[in-house]
Design a protein around this ligand. Structure first.
Ligand code: NDP
Length: 444
């Protein structure tokens, strides 16, 4: 048995009932074998055992009172996974499905993603099984204040800087920041994704979606192609999906379908994004309404059907494991050429294998959606320097970071003899920097 196989077997034994964490660890460790083989000193230093064990896991109770006066109790999490190259950095997810396995998979992925940005940020992730859907603003505020009343003691601008993720947008970040500031009496960059009037950065809202399109555009460009005239399918209709759609459309693509967690809309004439934004961002409603408002559009009461729609480019931007082997096979059969992951781990290991075997250009999440955290790091830089950059300045930096990431993962894949395998390229390029820093720090 190889070192990697032993580490993986042990990880599964010591962390039972954490399937998402096993999935992410398997994807990462099996692809970094060429680097690990080259460095026998890693095994002697227990590097992979330390890399896959969070530095700290914080779990806490979050009690809050709803509008009817009832006391509710949710679970709160913060996994401070790896601080070798910078302070822990990663989002907070509020969704009923949140559990330790999901937070650990996201945290592990985040280490490599943050490394890929080229910026000095370590990996962390957190969240709660709280569901903001259908809650009043006051209930969301009560929950956020209670969550921060515990979390504040574990985070800090140079220690751990959380951000948004599923269910945590500008409103939630505002309430969380307000409570942190009140308890600590400090106006510092302890959370990113803040509003522009209190230390936020321009482009942060658009960053993950825009970044996803920038890296895909570079992959297209390197193949003598572009977004112009391409048919695109995007899953989700939240922050990442909306801004991916906006940028893809501005580059001449036709986005024909999007979904929320109830079902998808198909609009053969091209999605009208202002209507999606009105439904999802302004009214916090259901995407179903789109088909009632737009002639020629159809609503389907399921999510899976979206992958049956013929497209050139598929951008999964909702959640983990939304594309399985069968969905991948349907996409390939209908001619998909590019798949770029806006969401974290939206493709199962089997789906990735289908894309690989069929020559689909596959850009994995840790590279493709790194634009969000990269812009968060730019927000941190502006906060600590008391500076404020223009939209154009931040957007240009973001675009350059995404182009650099593309070439880094492309070069790493070539260097290790797997040209075009961006899963391997991203894992190796991200891992090498973290491993070098961990080795330099000794056994800590
Ligand atoms: P949002 O909460 O803004 O949107 C999530 C979207 O996905 C919504 O349309 C939601 O539908 C849908 N969705 C959520 N869960 C499911 C499910 N189980 N099945 C089908 N649809 C679902 O989140 P974001 O856009 O911020 O995040 C989307 C993905 O991108 C996540 O994987 C996140 O980790 C990743 N990501 C986000 C970054 C960011 O900057 N925001 C940065 C990097 C990655 P509904 O409206 O019905 O809830």
């Amino acid at each position: 048995m190889t070192y990697i196989e032993r580490v993986l077997e042990n990880l599964k034994k010591r962390n039972p009932n954490e399937p998402e964490f096993h999935q992410a660890a398997t994807e990462i460790l099996t692809t970094i074998a060429p680097v690990v083989d080259k460095h026998p000193e890693y095994e002697a230093a227990g590097l992979l055992e330390r890399f896959t064990e969070p530095e700290r896991v914080i779990m806490f109770r979050v009690p809050w009172v709803d509008d009817s006066g009832k006391v509710n109790v949710n679970k709160g999490y913060r996994v401070q996974f790896n601080s070798a190259i910078g302070p822990y950095k990663g989002g907070l997810r509020f969704h009923p499905s949140v559990n330790l396995s999901i937070i650990k998979f996201l945290g592990l992925e985040q280490i490599l993603k943050n490394s890929l940005t080229g910026l000095p940020i370590g990996g962390g992730k957190g969240g709660s099984d709280f569901d903001p859907k259908g809650k009043s603003d006051r209930e969301v505020m009560a929950f956020c204040q209670s969550f921060m009343t515990e979390l504040y003691r574990h985070i800090g601008a140079d220690t751990d800087v959380p951000a948004g993720d599923i269910g945590v947008g500008g409103r939630e970040i505002g309430y969380l920041f307000g409570q942190y500031k009140r308890i600590r009496d400090e106006h510092v960059g302890v959370l990113t994704g803040r509003g522009l009037s209190y230390g936020g950065s321009l482009v942060r809202t658009e960053a993950t979606g825009f970044g996803l399109i920038y890296i895909t555009e570079e992959a297209l460009k390197m193949r003598g192609d572009s977004f112009k005239g391409k048919t695109v399918v995007i899953s989700g209709s939240g922050n990442v999906a909306i801004y991916a759609c906006s940028k893809a459309q501005s580059l001449g693509a036709k986005v024909v379908a999007m979904y929320d967690s109830n079902g998808y809309v198909y609009d053969p004439d091209g999605i009208k994004l202002d209507i999606i934004k009105d439904i999802k961002e302004v009214k916090r409603g259901r995407i179903k309404e789109y088909a009632e408002r737009v002639k020629g559009a159809k609503y389907f009461d399921n999510c899976k059907g979206i992958w049956q729609i013929p497209c050139d480019i598929a951008l999964p931007c909702a959640t983990q494991n939304e594309i399985d082997e069968n969905d991948a096979a349907a996409l390939v059969k209908n001619g998909v050429k590019y798949v770029a992951e806006g969401a974290n781990m939206p493709s199962t290991l089997e789906a990735i294998e289908v894309f690989r075997k069929n020559g689909v250009v596959f850009l994995p999440a840790k590279a493709a959606n790194a634009g969000g955290v990269a812009t968060s790091a730019l927000e941190m830089a502006q906060s600590s320097g008391r500076m404020f950059w223009t939209f154009e300045e931040v957007d240009k930096k973001l675009k350059n970071i995404m182009i650099d990431i593309y070439h880094n993962i492309d070069d790493a894949a070539k260097e290790y003899g797997h040209e075009g395998d961006y899963v391997l390229g991203a894992n190796i390029a991200g891992f090498v920097k973290v491993a070098t820093a961990m080795m330099a720090h000794g056994v800590v």
